[in-house]
Ligand binder design. Sequence first.
Ligand SMILES: Cc1cc2nc3c(=O)[nH]c(=O)nc-3n(C[C@H](O)[C@H](O)[C@H](O)COP(=O)(O)OP(=O)(O)OC[C@H]3O[C@@H](n4cnc5c(N)ncnc54)[C@H](O)[C@@H]3O)c2cc1C
Length: 421
Amino acid sequence: MAVTDLPTVDVDVDVDVDVDLDAVAAEVDRFAREMLPADWVAAVDRDDPATLATIRSNFDGEDLWTRIADAGYVAPTWPKEYGGLGVAPRVAGAIGRALGRYKMPRFDNPVGVDLAGPAIMNWGTNEQKERYLLPIARNQEIWCQLFSEPGAGSDLAGLATRAIRDGDTWTVNGQKVWTSLGHLASFGLLLARTNPDVPKHKGITAFLMPMKHPGVTVRPLRQITGDGEFCEVFFDDALIDDSMRLGPVDEGWRVAISILMNERHQGSGSGAAMPGTVAGRSIGALIRRYAPVTDPVLRQRLAQLYIEDRLVSMTNQRAAARRRAGQPTGPEASVTKLFFSEHTQRLQNLAVDLEGPAAQAWEDGDRWLQNTVWSFLRVRSKTIAGGSSEVQRNILGERVLGLPKEPEVDRSIPWSEVRRS
Ligand SMILES: Cc1cc2nc3c(=O)[nH]c(=O)nc-3n(C[C@H](O)[C@H](O)[C@H](O)COP(=O)(O)OP(=O)(O)OC[C@H]3O[C@@H](n4cnc5c(N)ncnc54)[C@H](O)[C@@H]3O)c2cc1C
Protein backbone atom coordinates (compact mmCIF):
# COMPACT_ATOMS: atom_id res chain seq x y z
CA MET A 1 0.00 0.00 0.00
CA ALA A 2 1.26 3.45 -0.58
CA VAL A 3 0.35 7.07 -0.33
CA THR A 4 2.39 10.12 -0.98
CA ASP A 5 1.60 11.96 2.22
CA LEU A 6 2.42 9.76 5.19
CA PRO A 7 3.05 11.78 8.35
CA THR A 8 5.42 10.60 11.05
CA VAL A 9 3.73 9.14 14.12
CA ASP A 10 4.88 8.53 17.66
CA VAL A 11 5.79 4.97 18.49
CA ASP A 12 5.73 3.28 21.86
CA VAL A 13 8.49 4.21 24.21
CA ASP A 14 10.48 1.18 25.26
CA VAL A 15 9.87 0.58 28.93
CA ASP A 16 11.48 -2.78 29.69
CA VAL A 17 14.98 -1.33 29.71
CA ASP A 18 16.07 -3.57 32.58
CA VAL A 19 15.06 -6.86 31.01
CA ASP A 20 18.00 -9.18 30.39
CA LEU A 21 17.68 -9.94 26.69
CA ASP A 22 20.11 -12.84 26.88
CA ALA A 23 17.94 -14.50 29.51
CA VAL A 24 14.85 -13.95 27.33
CA ALA A 25 16.62 -15.45 24.32
CA ALA A 26 17.77 -18.44 26.40
CA GLU A 27 14.23 -19.10 27.58
CA VAL A 28 12.82 -18.92 24.05
CA ASP A 29 15.63 -21.13 22.82
CA ARG A 30 14.73 -23.75 25.42
CA PHE A 31 11.10 -23.54 24.36
CA ALA A 32 11.96 -24.02 20.66
CA ARG A 33 14.29 -26.96 21.34
CA GLU A 34 11.65 -28.73 23.40
CA MET A 35 8.96 -28.13 20.81
CA LEU A 36 10.81 -29.07 17.61
CA PRO A 37 11.84 -32.61 16.56
CA ALA A 38 15.39 -33.61 17.55
CA ASP A 39 16.63 -33.93 13.94
CA TRP A 40 15.38 -30.39 13.21
CA VAL A 41 17.29 -28.99 16.18
CA ALA A 42 20.39 -30.97 15.21
CA ALA A 43 20.28 -29.61 11.63
CA VAL A 44 20.07 -26.06 13.00
CA ASP A 45 22.99 -26.70 15.36
CA ARG A 46 25.06 -28.12 12.49
CA ASP A 47 24.06 -25.17 10.23
CA ASP A 48 22.86 -27.68 7.66
CA PRO A 49 20.19 -25.89 5.55
CA ALA A 50 19.81 -28.74 3.03
CA THR A 51 18.86 -31.33 5.69
CA LEU A 52 16.71 -28.78 7.44
CA ALA A 53 14.79 -28.06 4.21
CA THR A 54 14.06 -31.80 3.81
CA ILE A 55 12.94 -32.16 7.43
CA ARG A 56 10.75 -29.09 7.11
CA SER A 57 9.08 -30.27 3.92
CA ASN A 58 8.15 -33.62 5.54
CA PHE A 59 7.01 -32.06 8.78
CA ASP A 60 3.35 -31.72 9.64
CA GLY A 61 3.62 -28.37 11.39
CA GLU A 62 -0.07 -27.80 11.86
CA ASP A 63 0.11 -27.08 15.58
CA LEU A 64 3.54 -25.40 15.56
CA TRP A 65 2.25 -21.84 15.48
CA THR A 66 -0.58 -22.71 17.85
CA ARG A 67 2.03 -23.69 20.42
CA ILE A 68 4.06 -20.58 19.72
CA ALA A 69 0.87 -18.53 20.07
CA ASP A 70 -0.04 -20.25 23.34
CA ALA A 71 3.33 -19.18 24.71
CA GLY A 72 2.47 -15.55 23.87
CA TYR A 73 5.23 -15.31 21.24
CA VAL A 74 3.05 -14.37 18.24
CA ALA A 75 2.38 -10.84 19.48
CA PRO A 76 4.62 -10.40 22.54
CA THR A 77 4.08 -6.62 22.79
CA TRP A 78 0.31 -6.98 23.14
CA PRO A 79 -1.25 -6.84 26.60
CA LYS A 80 -1.62 -10.21 28.34
CA GLU A 81 -5.42 -10.10 28.22
CA TYR A 82 -5.18 -10.05 24.41
CA GLY A 83 -2.79 -12.97 24.16
CA GLY A 84 0.55 -11.15 24.30
CA LEU A 85 3.15 -10.86 27.05
CA GLY A 86 2.98 -7.10 27.51
CA VAL A 87 6.70 -6.68 26.78
CA ALA A 88 8.54 -3.83 25.04
CA PRO A 89 9.53 -4.01 21.35
CA ARG A 90 13.19 -4.73 22.18
CA VAL A 91 12.14 -7.79 24.19
CA ALA A 92 9.80 -8.86 21.38
CA GLY A 93 12.75 -8.44 19.00
CA ALA A 94 14.86 -10.77 21.16
CA ILE A 95 12.04 -13.34 21.14
CA GLY A 96 11.69 -13.06 17.34
CA ARG A 97 15.43 -13.46 16.78
CA ALA A 98 15.62 -16.49 19.10
CA LEU A 99 12.73 -18.18 17.28
CA GLY A 100 14.11 -17.12 13.88
CA ARG A 101 17.24 -19.21 14.44
CA TYR A 102 15.10 -22.35 14.05
CA LYS A 103 13.79 -21.37 10.61
CA MET A 104 10.22 -22.41 11.24
CA PRO A 105 7.70 -22.24 8.41
CA ARG A 106 6.42 -18.77 7.60
CA PHE A 107 3.78 -17.47 9.94
CA ASP A 108 0.62 -16.97 7.93
CA ASN A 109 -1.10 -14.03 9.59
CA PRO A 110 1.07 -10.95 9.01
CA VAL A 111 -1.90 -8.65 8.37
CA GLY A 112 -3.61 -9.85 11.55
CA VAL A 113 -0.58 -9.41 13.79
CA ASP A 114 1.13 -6.39 12.25
CA LEU A 115 -1.76 -4.34 10.85
CA ALA A 116 -5.24 -5.39 12.05
CA GLY A 117 -4.25 -6.01 15.68
CA PRO A 118 -2.54 -2.64 16.19
CA ALA A 119 -5.35 -0.87 14.30
CA ILE A 120 -8.00 -2.44 16.53
CA MET A 121 -5.90 -1.65 19.59
CA ASN A 122 -5.69 2.04 18.48
CA TRP A 123 -9.12 2.60 17.04
CA GLY A 124 -11.39 -0.24 18.17
CA THR A 125 -14.17 -0.21 20.74
CA ASN A 126 -13.74 -2.34 23.86
CA GLU A 127 -16.12 -4.90 22.34
CA GLN A 128 -14.01 -5.06 19.17
CA LYS A 129 -10.80 -5.50 21.17
CA GLU A 130 -12.35 -8.28 23.21
CA ARG A 131 -13.78 -10.05 20.18
CA TYR A 132 -10.91 -9.81 17.65
CA LEU A 133 -7.52 -9.50 19.35
CA LEU A 134 -7.23 -12.80 21.17
CA PRO A 135 -8.01 -14.97 18.11
CA ILE A 136 -5.23 -13.14 16.22
CA ALA A 137 -2.66 -13.67 18.96
CA ARG A 138 -3.84 -17.28 19.33
CA ASN A 139 -3.43 -17.81 15.59
CA GLN A 140 -7.08 -18.76 15.16
CA GLU A 141 -8.28 -16.10 12.69
CA ILE A 142 -6.38 -14.90 9.65
CA TRP A 143 -6.86 -11.32 8.43
CA CYS A 144 -6.42 -9.60 5.10
CA GLN A 145 -6.17 -5.97 4.01
CA LEU A 146 -8.94 -4.71 1.71
CA PHE A 147 -7.36 -1.43 0.58
CA SER A 148 -6.15 -1.55 -3.06
CA GLU A 149 -8.57 -1.43 -5.97
CA PRO A 150 -8.11 -1.68 -9.73
CA GLY A 151 -8.17 2.15 -9.85
CA ALA A 152 -6.62 2.93 -6.45
CA GLY A 153 -3.20 1.67 -5.36
CA SER A 154 -0.60 4.39 -5.00
CA ASP A 155 -3.47 6.86 -5.02
CA LEU A 156 -5.29 4.92 -2.32
CA ALA A 157 -7.42 7.89 -1.23
CA GLY A 158 -9.13 7.74 -4.63
CA LEU A 159 -10.79 4.40 -3.75
CA ALA A 160 -14.29 3.80 -5.09
CA THR A 161 -15.78 0.94 -3.05
CA ARG A 162 -18.93 2.39 -1.54
CA ALA A 163 -20.56 1.84 1.85
CA ILE A 164 -24.00 3.41 2.28
CA ARG A 165 -25.63 3.65 5.68
CA ASP A 166 -29.22 2.86 6.51
CA GLY A 167 -29.77 3.05 10.27
CA ASP A 168 -27.32 0.63 11.87
CA THR A 169 -26.58 -1.24 8.63
CA TRP A 170 -24.03 -0.47 5.93
CA THR A 171 -24.38 -1.81 2.37
CA VAL A 172 -21.03 -2.36 0.68
CA ASN A 173 -20.50 -2.53 -3.10
CA GLY A 174 -17.26 -2.50 -5.08
CA GLN A 175 -14.05 -4.38 -5.80
CA LYS A 176 -10.66 -4.82 -4.14
CA VAL A 177 -7.56 -6.42 -5.63
CA TRP A 178 -4.13 -7.77 -4.58
CA THR A 179 -5.71 -8.94 -1.33
CA SER A 180 -2.96 -11.10 0.18
CA LEU A 181 -4.36 -14.22 1.90
CA GLY A 182 -7.90 -13.12 1.05
CA HIS A 183 -8.86 -16.75 0.35
CA LEU A 184 -7.77 -17.84 3.84
CA ALA A 185 -8.89 -14.82 5.83
CA SER A 186 -11.78 -14.75 8.27
CA PHE A 187 -11.82 -10.95 8.35
CA GLY A 188 -10.53 -8.04 6.31
CA LEU A 189 -9.62 -4.45 7.13
CA LEU A 190 -11.81 -2.60 4.67
CA LEU A 191 -11.66 1.00 3.47
CA ALA A 192 -14.82 2.24 1.77
CA ARG A 193 -16.12 5.57 0.54
CA THR A 194 -18.92 6.79 2.76
CA ASN A 195 -19.16 10.39 1.56
CA PRO A 196 -18.45 11.05 -2.13
CA ASP A 197 -19.28 14.75 -1.86
CA VAL A 198 -16.17 15.82 0.04
CA PRO A 199 -12.51 15.72 -1.08
CA LYS A 200 -11.12 12.22 -1.46
CA HIS A 201 -9.26 11.96 1.87
CA LYS A 202 -12.28 13.08 3.87
CA GLY A 203 -15.13 10.72 2.95
CA ILE A 204 -13.57 7.31 3.75
CA THR A 205 -14.53 4.99 6.63
CA ALA A 206 -12.75 1.85 7.89
CA PHE A 207 -14.61 -1.39 8.65
CA LEU A 208 -13.90 -4.90 9.88
CA MET A 209 -15.33 -7.08 7.11
CA PRO A 210 -16.22 -10.76 7.66
CA MET A 211 -14.86 -12.55 4.57
CA LYS A 212 -17.23 -15.53 4.65
CA HIS A 213 -20.23 -13.28 4.41
CA PRO A 214 -23.15 -13.11 1.96
CA GLY A 215 -22.25 -10.67 -0.84
CA VAL A 216 -18.46 -11.19 -0.48
CA THR A 217 -16.78 -13.16 -3.30
CA VAL A 218 -13.07 -14.00 -3.17
CA ARG A 219 -11.15 -15.08 -6.31
CA PRO A 220 -7.47 -16.07 -5.97
CA LEU A 221 -5.08 -14.70 -8.63
CA ARG A 222 -2.32 -16.87 -10.13
CA GLN A 223 1.18 -15.33 -9.82
CA ILE A 224 4.34 -15.66 -11.89
CA THR A 225 5.73 -18.07 -9.24
CA GLY A 226 2.76 -20.40 -9.77
CA ASP A 227 1.41 -19.60 -6.29
CA GLY A 228 -1.94 -17.96 -5.68
CA GLU A 229 -1.53 -16.01 -2.48
CA PHE A 230 -3.50 -12.93 -3.34
CA CYS A 231 -7.02 -12.37 -4.57
CA GLU A 232 -9.65 -10.19 -6.08
CA VAL A 233 -12.55 -9.51 -3.71
CA PHE A 234 -16.00 -8.39 -4.86
CA PHE A 235 -18.72 -6.86 -2.70
CA ASP A 236 -22.26 -7.13 -3.98
CA ASP A 237 -24.72 -5.61 -1.52
CA ALA A 238 -22.73 -7.02 1.40
CA LEU A 239 -24.52 -5.88 4.57
CA ILE A 240 -22.58 -5.16 7.74
CA ASP A 241 -23.63 -3.83 11.09
CA ASP A 242 -22.36 -0.48 12.34
CA SER A 243 -20.63 -2.34 15.18
CA MET A 244 -18.11 -3.45 12.50
CA ARG A 245 -17.03 0.13 11.84
CA LEU A 246 -13.45 0.89 12.93
CA GLY A 247 -13.05 4.50 14.04
CA PRO A 248 -15.30 7.48 13.30
CA VAL A 249 -17.44 7.80 10.18
CA ASP A 250 -15.61 9.57 7.31
CA GLU A 251 -12.31 9.51 9.22
CA GLY A 252 -11.04 6.27 7.76
CA TRP A 253 -8.07 8.04 6.21
CA ARG A 254 -6.62 8.62 9.68
CA VAL A 255 -7.13 4.92 10.43
CA ALA A 256 -5.55 4.04 7.09
CA ILE A 257 -2.51 6.27 7.74
CA SER A 258 -1.80 4.55 11.05
CA ILE A 259 -2.06 1.15 9.32
CA LEU A 260 0.13 2.26 6.41
CA MET A 261 2.79 3.51 8.79
CA ASN A 262 2.91 0.08 10.39
CA GLU A 263 3.00 -1.56 6.96
CA ARG A 264 5.83 0.62 5.73
CA HIS A 265 7.73 -0.17 8.89
CA GLN A 266 7.02 -3.89 8.49
CA GLY A 267 8.00 -3.83 4.81
CA SER A 268 11.22 -2.04 5.60
CA GLY A 269 12.23 -4.50 8.24
CA SER A 270 13.52 -1.50 10.14
CA GLY A 271 14.30 -2.51 13.67
CA ALA A 272 13.99 -6.16 12.77
CA ALA A 273 17.71 -6.25 11.84
CA MET A 274 16.63 -8.31 8.83
CA PRO A 275 19.55 -9.09 6.56
CA GLY A 276 19.03 -9.55 2.82
CA THR A 277 18.47 -13.18 1.92
CA VAL A 278 18.56 -15.39 -1.13
CA ALA A 279 16.02 -18.19 -0.98
CA GLY A 280 15.92 -17.63 2.75
CA ARG A 281 19.70 -17.73 3.10
CA SER A 282 21.98 -14.85 3.98
CA ILE A 283 24.41 -13.13 1.61
CA GLY A 284 27.05 -15.01 3.59
CA ALA A 285 25.62 -18.30 2.31
CA LEU A 286 25.88 -17.02 -1.25
CA ILE A 287 29.51 -16.07 -0.71
CA ARG A 288 30.25 -19.48 0.87
CA ARG A 289 28.63 -21.31 -2.02
CA TYR A 290 30.35 -19.46 -4.88
CA ALA A 291 33.64 -18.09 -3.51
CA PRO A 292 36.17 -17.70 -4.94
CA VAL A 293 34.35 -15.99 -7.82
CA THR A 294 36.81 -15.51 -10.66
CA ASP A 295 34.65 -13.34 -12.93
CA PRO A 296 35.62 -9.80 -11.85
CA VAL A 297 32.20 -8.31 -12.59
CA LEU A 298 30.31 -10.95 -10.61
CA ARG A 299 32.86 -10.66 -7.78
CA GLN A 300 32.36 -6.91 -7.68
CA ARG A 301 28.57 -7.33 -7.55
CA LEU A 302 28.92 -9.81 -4.70
CA ALA A 303 31.14 -7.42 -2.74
CA GLN A 304 28.76 -4.52 -3.41
CA LEU A 305 25.80 -6.52 -2.13
CA TYR A 306 27.71 -7.50 0.99
CA ILE A 307 28.32 -3.80 1.68
CA GLU A 308 24.65 -3.05 1.07
CA ASP A 309 23.64 -5.84 3.44
CA ARG A 310 25.71 -4.24 6.20
CA LEU A 311 24.17 -0.84 5.44
CA VAL A 312 20.65 -2.26 5.77
CA SER A 313 21.52 -3.78 9.14
CA MET A 314 23.07 -0.55 10.41
CA THR A 315 20.11 1.54 9.29
CA ASN A 316 17.80 -0.92 11.06
CA GLN A 317 19.86 -0.59 14.20
CA ARG A 318 19.58 3.18 13.96
CA ALA A 319 15.79 2.93 13.65
CA ALA A 320 15.67 0.59 16.64
CA ALA A 321 17.81 3.00 18.67
CA ARG A 322 15.42 5.86 17.87
CA ARG A 323 12.52 3.77 19.07
CA ARG A 324 14.36 2.82 22.25
CA ALA A 325 14.99 6.51 22.91
CA GLY A 326 11.27 7.20 22.51
CA GLN A 327 11.76 9.24 19.34
CA PRO A 328 9.25 9.18 16.48
CA THR A 329 9.83 7.05 13.40
CA GLY A 330 12.24 8.94 11.20
CA PRO A 331 13.05 8.94 7.49
CA GLU A 332 14.97 5.68 7.91
CA ALA A 333 11.70 3.72 7.54
CA SER A 334 11.25 5.03 3.99
CA VAL A 335 14.96 4.78 3.24
CA THR A 336 15.08 1.18 4.39
CA LYS A 337 11.91 0.12 2.56
CA LEU A 338 13.21 1.65 -0.68
CA PHE A 339 16.78 0.48 -0.32
CA PHE A 340 15.99 -2.95 1.11
CA SER A 341 13.48 -3.90 -1.59
CA GLU A 342 15.81 -2.85 -4.42
CA HIS A 343 18.80 -4.46 -2.69
CA THR A 344 16.89 -7.73 -2.35
CA GLN A 345 16.08 -7.68 -6.07
CA ARG A 346 19.75 -7.10 -6.90
CA LEU A 347 20.64 -10.01 -4.63
CA GLN A 348 18.19 -12.37 -6.33
CA ASN A 349 19.37 -11.26 -9.78
CA LEU A 350 22.96 -12.01 -8.79
CA ALA A 351 22.04 -15.44 -7.35
CA VAL A 352 20.54 -16.38 -10.72
CA ASP A 353 23.48 -14.92 -12.67
CA LEU A 354 25.99 -16.83 -10.53
CA GLU A 355 24.24 -20.06 -11.49
CA GLY A 356 24.32 -19.17 -15.18
CA PRO A 357 22.32 -21.40 -17.56
CA ALA A 358 21.59 -23.90 -14.75
CA ALA A 359 19.07 -21.39 -13.41
CA GLN A 360 16.90 -22.04 -16.47
CA ALA A 361 16.74 -25.84 -16.19
CA TRP A 362 17.66 -27.94 -13.18
CA GLU A 363 17.47 -31.49 -11.95
CA ASP A 364 14.31 -32.45 -10.12
CA GLY A 365 14.86 -32.13 -6.40
CA ASP A 366 17.60 -29.48 -6.64
CA ARG A 367 16.14 -27.37 -3.87
CA TRP A 368 18.81 -24.67 -4.00
CA LEU A 369 18.05 -23.83 -7.62
CA GLN A 370 14.33 -24.30 -7.22
CA ASN A 371 14.27 -21.87 -4.28
CA THR A 372 16.67 -19.44 -5.94
CA VAL A 373 14.51 -19.13 -9.05
CA TRP A 374 11.31 -18.97 -7.02
CA SER A 375 12.79 -16.14 -4.96
CA PHE A 376 14.02 -14.36 -8.09
CA LEU A 377 10.43 -14.33 -9.40
CA ARG A 378 8.76 -13.61 -6.07
CA VAL A 379 10.98 -10.66 -5.25
CA ARG A 380 9.69 -8.64 -8.23
CA SER A 381 6.79 -7.65 -5.98
CA LYS A 382 9.05 -6.08 -3.33
CA THR A 383 9.29 -2.76 -5.14
CA ILE A 384 5.48 -2.58 -5.48
CA ALA A 385 3.97 -4.03 -2.29
CA GLY A 386 3.83 -1.69 0.69
CA GLY A 387 4.36 1.32 -1.59
CA SER A 388 6.18 1.32 -4.94
CA SER A 389 9.76 2.55 -5.17
CA GLU A 390 8.64 5.58 -7.18
CA VAL A 391 6.22 6.57 -4.45
CA GLN A 392 8.86 5.99 -1.75
CA ARG A 393 11.15 8.34 -3.69
CA ASN A 394 8.38 10.94 -3.74
CA ILE A 395 8.02 10.63 0.04
CA LEU A 396 11.76 11.00 0.54
CA GLY A 397 11.93 13.94 -1.86
CA GLU A 398 9.09 15.80 -0.21
CA ARG A 399 9.38 14.90 3.46
CA VAL A 400 13.07 14.35 3.95
CA LEU A 401 14.71 16.54 1.32
CA GLY A 402 12.02 19.22 1.41
CA LEU A 403 11.53 19.33 -2.34
CA PRO A 404 8.32 20.89 -3.73
CA LYS A 405 5.23 18.72 -3.38
CA GLU A 406 3.95 16.75 -6.35
CA PRO A 407 1.03 18.68 -7.92
CA GLU A 408 -2.29 17.19 -6.79
CA VAL A 409 -5.16 18.57 -8.80
CA ASP A 410 -7.81 16.49 -7.03
CA ARG A 411 -6.92 17.16 -3.41
CA SER A 412 -9.50 19.79 -2.61
CA ILE A 413 -12.41 19.02 -4.94
CA PRO A 414 -15.22 16.59 -4.01
CA TRP A 415 -14.32 12.97 -4.86
CA SER A 416 -17.50 12.68 -6.96
CA GLU A 417 -16.18 15.42 -9.27
CA VAL A 418 -12.75 13.86 -9.81
CA ARG A 419 -12.32 12.51 -13.33
CA ARG A 420 -11.73 8.74 -13.40
CA SER A 421 -11.17 6.23 -16.13
C1 LIG B 1 2.89 -8.87 -3.32
C2 LIG B 1 1.83 -7.82 -3.16
C3 LIG B 1 0.94 -7.92 -2.12
C4 LIG B 1 -0.04 -6.96 -1.96
N1 LIG B 1 -0.95 -7.13 -0.94
C5 LIG B 1 -1.93 -6.24 -0.80
C6 LIG B 1 -2.95 -6.45 0.20
O1 LIG B 1 -2.94 -7.43 0.94
N2 LIG B 1 -3.95 -5.55 0.30
C7 LIG B 1 -4.00 -4.45 -0.50
O2 LIG B 1 -4.93 -3.67 -0.31
N3 LIG B 1 -3.08 -4.23 -1.47
C8 LIG B 1 -2.05 -5.11 -1.63
N4 LIG B 1 -1.11 -4.92 -2.63
C9 LIG B 1 -1.27 -3.80 -3.54
C10 LIG B 1 -0.19 -2.72 -3.42
O3 LIG B 1 -0.37 -1.96 -2.29
C11 LIG B 1 -0.28 -1.90 -4.71
O4 LIG B 1 0.09 -2.74 -5.77
C12 LIG B 1 0.64 -0.69 -4.67
O5 LIG B 1 0.18 0.28 -3.76
C13 LIG B 1 0.73 -0.03 -6.06
O6 LIG B 1 -0.54 0.25 -6.56
P1 LIG B 1 -1.00 -0.24 -8.00
O7 LIG B 1 -0.64 -1.68 -8.18
O8 LIG B 1 -2.42 0.16 -8.19
O9 LIG B 1 -0.09 0.56 -9.01
P2 LIG B 1 -0.29 2.07 -9.46
O10 LIG B 1 -0.52 2.94 -8.26
O11 LIG B 1 -1.31 2.12 -10.55
O12 LIG B 1 1.14 2.42 -10.05
C14 LIG B 1 1.54 2.04 -11.35
C15 LIG B 1 2.93 2.60 -11.60
O13 LIG B 1 2.87 4.04 -11.53
C16 LIG B 1 3.81 4.51 -10.56
N5 LIG B 1 3.24 5.65 -9.85
C17 LIG B 1 2.00 5.73 -9.30
N6 LIG B 1 1.83 6.92 -8.70
C18 LIG B 1 2.99 7.60 -8.86
C19 LIG B 1 3.42 8.90 -8.48
N7 LIG B 1 2.64 9.71 -7.78
N8 LIG B 1 4.68 9.27 -8.82
C20 LIG B 1 5.51 8.44 -9.54
N9 LIG B 1 5.12 7.19 -9.93
C21 LIG B 1 3.89 6.79 -9.60
C22 LIG B 1 4.02 3.35 -9.61
O14 LIG B 1 5.25 3.44 -8.94
C23 LIG B 1 3.95 2.17 -10.55
O15 LIG B 1 5.19 1.97 -11.17
C24 LIG B 1 -0.12 -5.86 -2.83
C25 LIG B 1 0.79 -5.75 -3.90
C26 LIG B 1 1.75 -6.71 -4.06
C27 LIG B 1 2.70 -6.58 -5.21
